[in-house]
Design a binder for this molecule. Structure first.
Ligand SMILES: [Zn+2]
Length: 101
């Protein structure tokens, strides 16, 4: 198995205040937990077509990358459709593909 290092360009943005964050305790002994998000809206300050966005310990991918993963039959991930918007102070390109995941 090959594992590759991902060198990513930081994408300016954050989760909106309407995003709901839930900490689920998986093990009471060691307090291992998992953070689950719902009603996710990612607010971009700027987006220049990056396919992978890292925010709040989650990864977000573009529609374009989602289609490539499906096309190549790549497994090992679970996708949830999210909403996206732009912040007021955006200074970049306002351009999306179809949907962001
Ligand atoms: Zn444990």
């Amino acid at each position: 198995m090959k594992i590759n290092f991902l060198l990513a360009v930081p994408v300016m943005g954050e989760l909106s205040s309407e995003t709901v964050k839930n900490d689920i305790i998986l093990c009471k002994m060691c307090k291992r937990r998992e953070t689950q998000y719902s009603n996710i809206t990612y607010v971009f300050d700027r987006w220049r077509g990056e396919d992978i966005i890292n925010g709040a310990s989650e990864f977000f991918i573009s529609q374009r990358l989602k289609e490539k993963l499906e096309e190549k039959n790549i497994k090992g991930y679970k996708l949830t459709l999210i909403k996206t918007t732009f912040s007021e102070q955006r200074g970049g390109i306002r351009k999306f593909g179809k949907e962001a995941y």
